[in-house]
Write a protein that binds this ligand. Structure first.
Ligand SMILES: [Fe+2]
Length: 365
């Protein structure tokens, strides 16, 4: 079968809704940069708790009105036409020279180079409003921003450090009850020109009626990249869809819930998930290739994300492979309410989430 025939065979994607693209104007970009610089001068570091505590007020004060309005709509619009992802094109100018060569992995990244970008991301979350938090389940916390950098040693993995295999679409930390509400991905560089992959639950026709069994709490939701499933994970069951029955939210991770070799869904659960995935996989959107300074903001209950396989440090120009700097992306996660998840945060730090798996906490000394 040649390529044209394959295209004919492939069912046409019925895209109902698409992520919203917002072109940031030069004036708006300047306002955001000036705000980040001002906050850097005042607070030093985007981790500064006084800054994070006041991030909503700071966002209202410093961000351009158009962005504040867009963010406010996004945070409370769960309608049929809300895709669950906003693409801010050119939110920041990235000074590539001051970033320097991409480090070999996230462990060796110098976060002081990302400080200004950290403030800009925090302001965007603040505008929703949502509070930047850190998760023990991800890098043992590791701060409010995680640099996502392809790591040669990890290239085959289904993690942010992977590159050579497709990263299946997933909602972040689908295995937590208190997963992030919003995520931002700021692209510091993407010289390889890797398209981002997004998939919205709103792309399905009549999801609530057609996939009703996904509201039942009969699914095993294993932890990330965890090939040996513990007894707890075997026994804890949850729903894939939740919230409003006509226009639901989702906790979905194709790699873990369907293709993890360690997972044994019941025959019934496996069948429903497979039927869902058969529809979902044709609704994945990869029409946007982020450039340095772009930010993708995601409602983690509506929209899943992933990435196609790529060769780290290689840019293809007219069929010729050229060496380039490897990709760097900064991820920030936030929660709308610190109160709702208080049973799963550190006693002395309500911004630090210690949930391990579906309502069960890590036992930290
Ligand atoms: Fe992810």
């Amino acid at each position: 079968m040649n390529f044209t025939e394959i295209l004919k065979e492939t069912p046409k994607t019925q895209v109902k809704v698409l992520p919203t693209v917002i072109e940031i104007t030069a004036q708006e970009r300047k306002m955001i940069k000036d705000a980040a610089k001002h906050l850097q001068k005042k607070y030093g570091d985007y981790e500064n708790r006084d800054c994070i505590k006041q991030i909503h007020q700071l966002a209202s004060y410093f961000l351009p009105e158009r962005i504040l309005n867009i963010a406010a709509d996004f945070s409370s619009d769960f309608s049929e036409t809300q895709y669950g992802a906003l693409i801010f094109r050119g939110l920041m100018d990235v000074d590539q020279e001051s970033i320097g060569a991409t480090p070999p992995n996230w462990q060796s990244a110098d976060y002081s180079k990302f400080n200004l970008y950290g403030f800009a991301c925090a302001l965007i979350h603040g505008a929703l409003p949502s509070k930047p938090v850190q998760y023990y389940s991800q890098r043992k916390g590791g701060g409010l921003i995680h640099a996502i950098i392809p790591d040669e040693k990890m290239k085959e993995t289904q993690t942010g450090s992977g590159s050579s295999t497709d990263l299946y679409v997933h909602t972040e930390d689908a295995f937590l009850k208190h997963q992030a509400d919003f995520l931002s991905f700021m692209y510091i560089r993407n010289e390889e020109q890797v398209p981002s992959t997004l998939y919205s639950i709103r792309s399905h026709e009549s999801i609530g009626t057609k996939h009703k069994p996904l509201f039942d709490r009969i699914y095993k939701i294993p932890k990330d990249a965890n090939l040996e499933i513990s007894e707890d994970e075997e026994n804890a069951l949850d729903a894939v869809l939740y919230g409003n029955h006509q226009l639901p939210f989702m906790r979905f991770d194709a790699a873990e819930q369907l293709f993890n070799p360690g997972i044994r869904q019941t025959e019934e659960a496996h069948r429903y998930l497979t039927e869902f995935w058969e529809e979902a996989r044709h609704l994945i959107y990869s029409g946007f290739t982020p450039q340095a300074g772009d930010v993708i903001l995601v409602n983690n209950h509506l929209c899943a994300h992933g990435r196609s396989a790529f060769k780290a440090g290689v840019r293809n120009i007219n069929g010729v492979e050229n060496k380039c700097e490897r990709r760097i992306m900064l991820r920030m996660m936030s929660k709308v309410s610190l109160i709702d998840m208080r049973a799963h945060t550190l006693t002395e730090d309500p911004f630090f989430v210690i949930e391990e798996h579906l309502g069960k906490n890590f036992e930290l000394l």
